[in-house]
Design a protein around this ligand. Sequence first.
Ligand code: NAD
Length: 297
Amino acid sequence: MTRSLGGAELATSIRNDASVAAAALAEIGVRPKLAVVQATDDESTAWYVRSIASAAKRTGILCDIVDLGAVASTEQIRSTLVELGHDPDVHGIILQTPLPDGTDLDALREAINPAKDVDGANPVSLGRLVARLPAFAPATAQAVIALLDHHGISPHGRTAAVVGRSTVVGSPVAHLLVQRNATVTVCHRHTTDLAAGTRDADILVVAVGIPGLITADHVADGAVVIDVGTTATADGQLLGDVDVAAVDGRAGALTPVPGGVGPVTTALLLNHTVDAAATQYAQTRSDSLLAGARSSA
Ligand code: NAD
């Protein structure tokens, strides 16, 4: 029997902590605010963004959805990100993908102010994460580690395989697992024998976006399988990358889709926003104290 590693309880607990911290900030006049920039008419993306906004509201965080429309240019999106980066009332910024065809995503990620980069998208954030310096980790990657911790599964000394190497999920998950002392294999679209890369892993993290990619052949007996994949179907279902029926009984534990990594990711985004608001408030206070000390010196 495969154990289900649900994310709802952990997500609630992270959101509760964020809510308490947001209330404390509100008492000193700081209202944490998240801006989500989107440029698509894809309905499943719009649904996801609305779900972040409603979770933010319930947590005491303001959330602006900045919808630039499905034909926005790289320059329009870039200048919006720069403007939000300078807006003292905005503490966190998320750039939602997909973006219009031909958009220069790398240039846009660099335009997110690192202090407000609550989804760890700017290469500065990723570099700091790899260098083990304080930074916001991409929320999904952090959610994978948080779920393992929550369910009492330690990566220390274990073998892990990560399928997918994107800069927002696969690569940062692999780094975080190495930082937790796992021995990690990374597989991707050019891996010639995927099962050979995954079938001995104690912990298997899959972040691809191909429903049913992972079958019993890819999974070691008793392995912990974290399914990050989310593919929306025409009839409104959300499918993970793991063939659940095929791995049932072979995997020791598996995250459900939906209800596994997703809710924890959203909760961490809110938590990062509150942290960013607190840090920016402290920075502003120290800047104004310094300016006051200089002017009276
Ligand atoms: P991406 O398209 O940027 O990256 C996909 C990765 O999969 C690439 O590294 C590619 O090399 C690899 N890949 C493609 N085909 C493969 C194959 N046949 N075998 C092995 N590897 C293969 O996607 P992403 O942004 O990293 O997202 C991955 C999945 O995670 C998507 O389904 C996305 O919707 C989902 N996602 C979920 C959350 C969440 O909160 N649950 C958050 C972000 C992304």
